[in-house]
Design a protein around this ligand. Sequence first.
Ligand code: B1M
Length: 222
Amino acid sequence: MSRQEEILDGLYENTLDGNAEPVKALTQEGLALGMDPLNLLFDALIPALEEVGRLFEQGEYFVPEMLIAARAMQGAMDILKPLLLSNADIQIGTYVMGTVKGDIHDIGKNLCNIMLEGAGFRVVDLGVNCSPEKYIEAVIEHKAQIVGMSAFLTTTMPMFKKNIEAFKEAGLRDKVRIMVGGAPVTQEYCEVVGADGYAPDASSCVRLAKQLLAELKEQQPA
Ligand code: B1M
């Protein structure tokens, strides 16, 4: 097995076990060996968290194990983030992103933010547990064109509809494009709640954001 393969294995196992220090060390070693940051993310770190979710479902992991695994992953993301922001000097539009009210998952959202920034969006990150008012205030304050809402629990997904209703009541629904995402979300659910688009992962989130921005600009030329 090559050292690169050992690093991917080590990252996977240590993230699964929530060993933050080895995860950081292996991330740094992988980068020093010239490994692609996306390779570390998509071939080790994300699969580890997917396995954490599976173990949680099976009753082998509990919330504390999920939490320390998430922290270990976050440590690696802090190291990878600057490397994924190589195009951040061009600004194509403003994107307001937040995890909906009642939901505190943020790793997937943060990953989307990094990729969006890397693609040239100015991202205003509202964090987690965002009320409808918080999204609306941020859109007004930052003159954002796109709003992204993440939900990771079936119990918090209905907040999409509530947020979209709030945008309608504020007279802002036609001024922005609204995207939804997160592990339990589907294209069908996106249509049911009346969002403008759904993306299953961070790279398609960027593709869709660019497409929606282009559509909005066509409809509302500056
Ligand atoms: Co929680 N959790 N969790 N959790 N957690 C899930 C989501 C769960 C699927 C685990 C499981 O049962 N298999 C399950 C939800 C079940 C459901 O409702 N369908 C679950 C549960 C039940 C819970 C609690 C209720 C547990 C409890 O307390 N009994 C609790 C809820 C707390 C709350 O929010 N109110 C809870 C708590 C936590 C921790 C705090 C311990 C921790 C979160 C830490 C953190 O985020 N800072 C945690 C974790 C780590 C997970 C799992 C294991 C991993 C999530 C993750 O980061 N994945 C997760 C299991 C899983 O997802 N398989 C689970 C990696 C991340 C890169 O992927 O988040 O899918 P993901 O993001 C992707 C895409 O979804 C997409 O792009 C991202 C990158 O590719 N995407 C978008 C995300 N946002 C997008 C927005 C877009 C477009 C695409 O446009 C706007």
